[in-house]
Design a binder for this molecule. Structure first.
Ligand SMILES: [Zn+2]
Length: 305
């Protein structure tokens, strides 16, 4: 009898290990009806780098909005399965926060849902522009059964703001000026006053500047004045307090901006500072090796002009 009980306990534990492994996603409910899966801190060269971003969904009384779909068809499919566990309501919107692969290659898993795909007004063009690159670079991550529709573009483009209703729950989508990318979209859940910032907010992992450090700082200056209850970052924990959560990133970007500007004013060449600028500040971040140099060069190029 004892043997049977022990075997049963072992069976349960093994089942749980597998359940929390690669065939399901950890999801937490960070506010009433707001669900987030936290991605892993892996470099772009690592295996499983299709699961590095925070993605999730918001449940209304009539339907569900998915926010970002992960870096592969597989992650999108796992997210869809997690949604089913929480609610049988239809998925009416799939919202992409920006162009980066880790937030949108899972879109293909939602093509059979009748959901409307929404993004920043510039996102559709950006996807078109990057399609070939995605197909080559992330070939293992796309849906092999339907390569024609492997990368889904938004059919609704947000130019300024757009309010959508999930039934008793309104989301305000805002298209931003160039910051992290030139197609950043944030989502405010008015019911819980939660702002889904995605990659406009990095925690733990070093921020990546793909569009404009000036634009990003100026956007953060505005956002810091807002009294959101909770913020959801694109990388890092599932949620964080606002505006406290943004301090480290703001300080990094502000110091980077000021230091590089100082060197430009002195007439320094980029090659001379790329290894030295902010060498202490960069160490506060994960994965700084592969991204800090890139941030310095991006900032230098922007400020030089
Ligand atoms: Zn990003």
């Amino acid at each position: 009898m004892l043997f049977k009980i022990i075997s049963f306990i072992l069976f349960i534990s093994v089942t749980q290990v597998f359940a929390s492994g690669s065939n399901s996603l950890n999801i937490s409910e960070v506010a009433d009806g707001v669900f987030v899966h936290t991605g892993k801190h892996l470099g772009f060269e690592d295996e499983h780098n299709d699961d590095i971003a925070n993605i999730g969904f918001i449940v209304g009384s009539a339907c569900i909005a998915v926010i970002d779909t992960g870096g592969s068809h597989k992650i999108g499919t796992l997210l869809k399965a997690e949604i089913k566990k929480v609610s049988d309501l239809p998925i009416c919107y799939v919202i992409n926060t920006h162009i980066h692969y880790d937030h949108l290659l899972g879109n293909s898993a939602f093509k059979d849902t009748n959901a409307k795909f929404i993004g920043h007004i510039r996102l559709a063009d950006e996807i078109e522009h990057n399609k070939q690159f995605f197909m080559e670079q992330y070939n293992d991550y796309i849906d092999k059964n339907d390569t024609e529709n492997a990368i889904i573009k938004p059919e609704v483009g947000v130019e300024t703001t757009l309010e959508i209703d999930l039934g008793g729950r309104k989301l305000l989508l805002t298209a931003h000026q160039p910051a992290h990318t030139n197609n950043d979209l944030s989502i405010l859940d008015k019911k819980t006053n939660t702002i889904w910032l995605s990659d406009l907010l990095f925690l733990e992992r070093i921020p990546v500047i793909d569009a404009s450090i000036r634009g990003w700082l100026s956007l953060l200056d505005d956002l810091k004045q807002e009294e959101f209850k909770l913020a959801i970052p694109g990388h890092g924990p599932a949620s964080a307090e606002w505006p406290g959560a943004v301090e480290s990133q703001y300080n990094y970007l502000k110091s980077l901006h000021d230091e590089v500007q100082k060197e430009i004013d002195r007439g320094t060449f980029m090659e001379d500072i790329i290894e030295t600028v902010l060498s202490d500040e960069k160490k506060k971040w994960l994965l700084h090796e592969e991204n800090h140099r890139r941030n310095v060069s991006k900032t230098f190029t922007e400020l030089e002009w």
